[in-house]
Design a protein around this ligand. Sequence first.
Ligand code: 5GP
Length: 183
Amino acid sequence: MDDTQIAGDLSRVLFTSEQIAERMAEVAAQIDADYRGKELLLVGVLNGAVMVMADLSRELTSHCRMDWMAISSYGSGTQSSGVVRILKDLNTDISGMHVLVVEDIIDTGLTLSYLIGNLMSRNPASLKVMTAFRKPEAARNAVDVAYVGFDIPSEFVVGYGLDYDGHYRNLTSVATLAPHIYS
Ligand code: 5GP
């Protein structure tokens, strides 16, 4: 579904599918260069990272493995608390592996901090993070993110895997919602 098909739901398109595809290819080229000669395990964080995982992994020019985690952050409404519960753990023993966590969006970075601590305790050879989108608070909190698709304003966005109330994950662009959707 593209933004013209649900124009009445949206307030502003931040990135078109073409812009996202172009940026994902650039980030993949960087990752290719950094991991040359090493086998990479991509760890996607469900559900939001499905689209970025699919696009990023297919732009890579060497072999990689993929695994998934599902986590839920205890928090009220749109605020994350940093207290996280693992709903689905990895199928892979990551000890000695080069792990790249693939995230949809980082806001406060609290969810990610928990995840990094948890994965580090499993002794990977290396652990880095890639996110499609990052908000200013994460940049302020000095969350260590090796690869960022786009830095965005502190606004709630949907599309490209990101939902509002379960919808909009299949929107090909990334946009803010019209106020009437929230009310
Ligand atoms: P953090 O712990 O970094 O504050 O929150 C990260 C999680 O909050 C993301 O994985 C995502 O599930 C959710 N989130 C943060 N900002 C947005 C946003 O703008 N749109 C959507 N749909 N989810 C968001």
